[in-house]
Design a protein. Structure first.
Ligand SMILES: Cc1ncc(C[n+]2csc(CCOP(=O)(O)OP(=O)(O)O)c2C)c(N)n1
Ligand code: SF4
Length: 272
């Protein structure tokens, strides 16, 4: 049996994603990473909000929760608190994670609760037809920014790091092999782990922003996403328009469910 058959709900296909969308590549990367770590299907709970990215749990044969828009992390937190031994993977879009769910994202990171959060960033609200999100670059076009977006965007990795995540990385679906490794590292990490995955959305973002085909979008990633080690050595001039990929944060910190158990133990010993 291939690893894809091992982890996929074959009867749920065909999927809803557009031709040229990167989410299928990301989903395969997730499966390969899980296989490398060797986690059993029943020991994983995959949680999502709402969006094209958030359809992922429907196609995978784990314990899965497709929740409300922006609320994947509160649901995931509930599962982890009830079953700390469970491996939690959250799949969320840039809108789901940093707009409506932005508050949950920073507080889950601050608590350092043990889960792997995959923020699929296509710079837009894909499912609802291309409204701008907090990651849409300045000057780019969206249905709600027909003259160009004037807002400065969030950098998802900087946001996660500043809020307290213990593992933060960025990959792209063009760089699928390194992406497997980043997701594997995140899965192995105890603590709040974030992997931002850059994805082409030709339908809602590309065709409004002079990237009308999936090939053009993939080539853009190939040319502009630079391994962090190389990026760090570049001059400020060379860095303009380039995006570093790789690991940004990998630190040890107290994990929330363990701290919570210690609190219960302390309270119970006081009650005796
Ligand atoms: C409370 C609520 N507000 C708004 C929506 C409409 N809605 C569904 S998906 C979505 C945005 C999805 O964008 P993103 O999270 O970036 O995911 P993508 O579709 O791009 O993968 C919105 C606004 C909703 N379902 N529920
Ligand atoms: S709208 Fe964009 S993100 Fe959604 S499935 Fe189509 S290409 Fe993918």
């Amino acid at each position: 049996m291939s690893i894809y058959e091992k982890y996929m709900r074959i009867d749920k296909f065909p999927h809803i994603w557009c031709p040229g969308c990167g989410y299928g590549i990301a989903m395969k990367s997730v499966m390969r990473a899980i296989d490398r770590v060797g986690i059993k299907n029943d020991d994983i709970t995959m949680v999502s909000g709402i969006g094209c990215s958030s359809r992922t749990p429907g196609y995978l044969d784990f314990n899965t929760l497709h929740t409300t828009h922006g609320r994947a992390l509160p649901f995931a937190t509930g599962v982890k608190m009830a079953k700390p031994e469970m491996n939690i993977i959250v799949v969320t879009g840039d809108g789901d994670a940093t707009a409506i769910g932005g508050n949950h994202f920073i507080h889950a990171a601050r608590r350092n609760i043990d889960m792997t959060v995959l923020v699929y960033n296509n710079y837009i609200y894909g499912m609802t037809g291309g409204q701008y999100s907090p990651t849409t670059p300045q000057g780019k076009f969206a249905t709600t920014a027909p003259y160009g977006n004037i807002e400065p965007p969030f950098d998802v990795c900087n946001l996660a790091a500043a809020a307290g995540a213990s593992f933060v990385a960025r990959g792209t679906v063009y760089h699928a092999v390194p992406l497997d490794k980043l997701i594997e590292q995140a899965l192995r990490k105890k603590g709040f782990s974030v992997v931002e995955v850059l994805n082409p959305c030709p339908t809602s973002f590309g065709r409004r922003n002079k990237q009308p085909t999936p090939v053009i979008m993939m080539n853009w990633m190939k040319e502009n996403c630079i391994p962090k080690v190389k990026y760090d050595k570049m001059s400020d001039e060379e860095k303009v328009g380039k995006i570093p990929i790789g690991v940004f944060v990998d630190i040890e910190k107290p994990e929330y469910t363990e701290q919570y158990q210690l609190l219960i133990d302390r309270a119970q010993s006081l009650a005796k």
